[in-house]
Each structure stands twice: as structure tokens, then as C-alpha cells.
Design a protein around this ligand. Structure first.
Ligand code: FDA
Length: 309
């Protein structure tokens, strides 16, 4: 089993989750990727990034609820977050996972919660983002996205370059003038649905981003989040943006808190629209395993903490 697959397998293992979240050395290493478990920690981190020119996006970690009642608590949590963002004057958006709002238990309940969040976010002029989860959720998430978009245009969705289907999904989403976050993809997927080779994922990312960054012919309101830490890819995309004279209102580079932080500030200071996704919350285990899966060197950081370094 490859390193990536091992950690992606671990991300879904309950036995490991229970033990790892109690281990002090694991908790110590998580702080590199998240400013804290509380909403206030995330807002404080966003306030620190603001003077550096980096906008933010906030998400409370959690996925696949055990009971539908929990979805209501999550929805209230996010409504409060949107209110606090509004009061603080931060340029911060909110990003949510459908399974965190009850998708598995009752899609209609999930939709009702999303409508509440979209209405509240739109009232303060902020986009509400839907994360994309593993491949069995893609159809359902896109269906929710389309329904929400019929109500308000201020909703965006993530698309994953590792999926073969994404090219077709883009065909149907591009004419809408939608807000799209393009990512490489973070879940364990079979070769029947996703490119197994990283080089193919990278090439597909560039192909899809190039379509998203068309200079003309896209309806007003189109927005693309180029969500990657891949610097050569970012540089290629910046070149494309300059060649095609794409305005700064049409795109943003998006990166995760704690990853390539200096690059985030460098881009922002160079006048490139840059947004940092800040995650917080108690349910960080699957998300943290996905971050370890992305880069073998991250595991040494955990080991160093285990050894007390
Ligand atoms: P790649 O994996 O090629 O990494 C490029 C370089 O970036 C690495 O060489 C390393 O230097 C650095 N890097 C990348 N990951 C790192 C890590 N964990 N620790 C340290 N360094 C790292 N996925 C998904 O399936 N659904 C979603 O909704 C989202 N949402 C999302 C939002 C935003 C703003 C970002 C940036 C990412 C996501 N993702 C996601 C995750 C995404 O799919 C992908 O797993 C990661 O971004 C890693 O891929 P890169 O594009 O960075 O490239």
C-alpha cells in the first residue's frame, strides 16, 4: 500500500481516530495546520492575516454525522460564525461539507440548512462554499449546488481534478457563471473514477483551470478559486492570467492555513488575490490524516512531537 493510500485509509478508521485524538503528541502536531479548536481561534487567525492582505475562508471540521439532530447544531454554529464575520468586518467566507449538515440522513434537511446559511451569507455579501467530499457524494453535492444557485448566485462549489468526470461537470457548470473552487482532490478513490497517477492529476488540473480562466464568453459573476499549493502550477496559471488579461475580480488563489504560509503572503503583497482556508474544531482526525497523506514530510513532524522535539 502506498504512503498516500495508507493515510487515506487511516482517515476513515474509527479505532485509530479514538486513540490518536487522545494522544498528546498528535494534538501538538495538529496545531501546525489549525490555529485552535474554537471559532474564536479561527477568527483571530483571520484577523492576523487581514493586514497582510490575505483574505480568508473558515470551516468547522466535521463530516458524516451520527444523528440528524447534530446537523441543526452545526447549522446554528455556522449562522453564528457568519454573524461574527459580518460584525468583525473581515473579508472571510464560510465553507461547509454537506455530510456535516445531514446529507447522509436526510437530503431535504441538509438543503434547508444550506438555504439558511446561503441567505445569511448573501445578506452580508459573502460567498458560501460547498466542499466536495468523496466521489459517491459528487452527484448529490452538485444537485444541491444547482438548487441553491436558483435561489442566490452567491454559492460556490469545489471540483476535483483527479476525477475523470470533472471535465463533463465543468461543461454543464461553466455556462452558469458559477463560483468554482478547483482542487486536486483529497480522498482515497479507485482507478475506475480517478486518475491514479499524480502527473495525470496535475495535467488535468491545468487543463480544467485553463478552461475556467477563459478570457471571454463566460457569464458575469464567474469566479474561480485556484486552490493549490503547487508553486510551478501557480506560476503557470499566473502567466495564463496575465496573457489573457483576466481581472482580479474573476479569480483568487486559495491555500490552506499553515501550508506555504510565506507564499500566501508573498502573493498577496504582489497584489494577487489570495485566500487562506482556516479549519478549526474538535473533529480534526480525518482531515488531519488527509493532510499527512499529501506530504510524507509531515509525518516526521508528528514523529518529532512524539519524541518530545
Ligand atoms: P500537491 O499535492 O501537488 O502539493 C504541492 C506542494 O504543496 C507539495 O509539494 C508541498 O510542498 C505542498 N503541500 C501540499 N499539501 C501539503 C500538506 N498537507 N502539508 C505540507 N505541504 C503540502 N480537497 C477536496 O477533495 N475537496 C475540497 O473541497 C477541498 N477543498 C480545498 C480548499 C483549499 C483552499 C485547498 C488549498 C485545498 C482543498 N482541498 C480539497 C485539498 C486538495 O484536494 C489537495 O489535497 C491539497 O490541496 C494538496 O494538493 P495541492 O494542490 O496543494 O498539490
Amino acid at each position: 500500500m502506498s504512503f498516500r493510500r495508507l493515510f487515506l485509509w487511516a482517515s476513515t478508521n474509527r479505532w485509530l481516530r479514538v486513540r490518536a485524538t487522545r494522544a498528546r503528541f498528535v494534538r501538538r502536531s495538529v496545531v501546525r495546520f489549525m490555529p485552535g479548536e474554537r471559532m474564536e481561534d479561527a477568527l483571530a487567525a483571520a484577523a492576523r492575516l487581514k493586514p497582510l492582505g490575505v483574505s480568508t475562508m473558515l470551516t468547522c471540521l466535521g463530516e458524516s454525522l451520527a444523528r440528524i439532530q447534530e446537523a441543526e447544531e452545526v447549522c446554528h454554529h455556522y449562522l453564528r460564525l457568519i454573524d461574527l464575520i459580518q460584525q468583525s468586518g473581515l473579508d472571510a467566507q464560510v465553507s461547509v461539507k454537506p455530510t456535516q449538515l445531514g446529507f447522509d440522513q436526510d437530503v431535504e434537511v441538509c438543503h434547508r440548512h444550506l438555504v439558511l446559511l446561503l441567505e445569511r451569507a448573501s445578506a452580508s455579501g459573502h460567498v458560501l462554499w460547498l466542499d466536495m467530499e468523496s466521489s459517491p457524494y459528487v452527484d448529490g453535492t452538485l444537485a444541491l449546488f444547482r438548487r441553491l444557485r436558483e435561489r442566490r448566485p452567491g454559492v460556490g462549489v469545489a471540483l476535483q481534478a483527479y476525477l475523470y468526470r470533472t471535465e463533463r461537470d465543468l461543461d454543464s457548470l461553466l455556462p452558469l457563471g458559477a463560483a468554482i473552487r478547483l482542487v486536486k482532490g483529497a480522498y482515497l478513490e479507485p482507478a475506475s473514477v480517478a486518475f491514479p497517477k499524480k502527473a495525470d492529476v496535475d495535467a488535468n488540473y491545468l487543463r480544467l483551470a485553463s478552461r475556467l480562466l477563459q478570457a471571454e464568453g463566460l457569464p458575469a459573476g464567474s469566479l474561480v478559486h485556484l486552490a493549490t499549493h503547487d508553486i510551478p502550477l501557480q506560476d503557470r496559471l499566473r502567466q495564463l492570467i496575465a496573457e489573457r488579461r483576466i481581472g482580479p475580480d474573476r479569480y483568487e488563489f486559495a491555500m490552506l492555513y499553515g501550508i506555504r504560509s510565506a507564499r500566501q503572503i508573498e502573493l498577496a503583497q504582489a497584489g494577487v488575490p489570495t485566500r487562506c482556508l482556516i479549519s478549526y474544531g474538535e473533529h480534526w482526525f480525518p482531515w488531519y490524516m488527509r493532510r499527512l497523506a499529501e506530504r510524507p514530510a509531515n509525518v516526521w513532524f508528528v514523529v518529532k512531537n512524539a519524541l518530545g522535539g
